[in-house]
Design a protein around this ligand. Structure first.
Ligand code: PLP
Length: 344
């Protein structure tokens, strides 16, 4: 089986495991783990923020960010298919008492006009307190926000008194695809999440970066959420290894995704290679006259696993561990599974 479901399928390499074994350790809750402290220092710099906090998951990082940026009863604004809106179990409503307002957009971005519209409609009720920008945007297909558009939306949020959280779970994919340093995106936001267990290849781990003052408050939330750990340097060492060794190679994942998208499009499948900007390929099943479960089952029968990008669209992801030969095989297997049904 070729598993193209998700870049979370990466496994730590022997070299990463060796770095974990060699890590210097201490008690992270006492802020005495030197490896965690070093990761926090480097992640803050990488993301254009003053300070950072190591956490087990990006979901926890997002939830803590919302908590420190908002007040209960206020609005959380985000594109309707961001991770925070659909994959975090209603956490913003439960943990922070936020009213979740999802905005529509095809490419995952939110415009300054959309922000102004939603806030003018709500000012008699509760003010909006936080907006989330996701870059790259998962459900839009790993699309990258152009820096100037992100800057314009962040500036509009600031004018409206709305805090900005950047869910940069895959911010390094955005940086690799655009050639723009992650810090240039990160410093537009009040807080930034990065996830180490996706394309960066770690078994787990995430960081929340923000101002010194907010990260002090985030420490308290980390205890509250049960995310304060002990010798967490054993995991932070994997993240440090990833920062040193697994960033440049993201371009390979992107090239493979593009090559897969081009192959599928050439075979007549409804795939737009131009939207494969990073490590995801979207396959629209609508024109194939079948639904998502049927399409996935057919592809599985041909030896390839794919997942769902958004309703009606399959996702194939490339990542550390997916090589050129896997892409070659998928380029044949997926059209074989679906191709016969493409209507002209
Ligand atoms: C995966 C993901 C998360 C959550 O990461 P975990 O470490 O799995 O909790 C958050 N946001 C986005 C955009 C993601 O893709």
């Amino acid at each position: 089986m070729i598993d193209l479901r998700s870049d979370t399928a990466t496994r730590p390499t022997p070299e990463m495991l060796a770095a974990m074994t060699a890590a210097e350790l201490g008690d992270e809750q006492l802020r005495e783990d030197p490896t965690v402290n070093e990761l926090q220092r480097r992640a803050a710099e990488l993301l254009g923020q003053e300070a950072a906090l190591f956490l087990p998951t990006a979901t926890m990082a997002n939830q803590i960010a919302l908590k420190i940026l908002s007040r209960p009863g206020c609005l959380l604004i985000a594109q309707e298919r961001t991770h925070i809106m659909i994959f975090e179990a209603g956490g913003p409503a439960i943990h922070s008492g936020l009213v979740m307002v999802g905005l529509q957009s095809e490419n995952g971005r939110i415009t300054p006009e959309q922000l102004r519209d939603v806030t003018s409609a709500s000012e008699d009720v509760e003010p909006a307190s936080v907006v989330v920008f996701e870059n790259t945007h998962r459900s839009a297909g790993g699309r990258v926000w152009p820096l100037d558009e992100l800057a314009a939306s962040a500036a509009a949020a600031r004018e409206l008194g709305i805090a900005v959280h950047l869910d940069g779970a895959r911010i390094m994919n955005a940086a690799a695809a655009s050639g723009i340093p992650a810090a240039d995106y990160g410093r537009l936001a009040d807080s930034v999440t990065i996830c180490f267990s996706k394309g960066l290849g770690c078994p787990l781990g995430a960081v929340l970066a923000s101002s010194e003052e907010r990260i002090e408050r985030a420490w308290r939330e980390k205890f509250l959420f049960g995310g304060a750990m002990r010798q967490a340097g054993v995991v932070a060492a994997a993240a440090l290894y990833a920062l040193d060794h697994n960033i440049e190679r993201l371009a390979e994942d992107h090239a493979r995704a593009r090559r897969l998208a081009e192959g599928l499009a050439e075979a007549g499948l409804p795939v737009d290679p131009a939207t494969a900007e990073t490590n995801f390929v979207g396959i629209d099943v609508g024109p194939l006259g079948m639904d998502v479960p049927e399409a996935r089952a057919r592809i599985r029968e041909q030896g390839v696993l794919v997942s769902v990008m958004r309703p009606g669209v399959l996702r194939a992801a490339t990542y550390l561990g997916i090589e050129d030969e896997h892409v070659d095989r998928a380029r044949e297997a997926i059209p074989r599974a679906l191709g016969a049904l493409v209507s002209a």
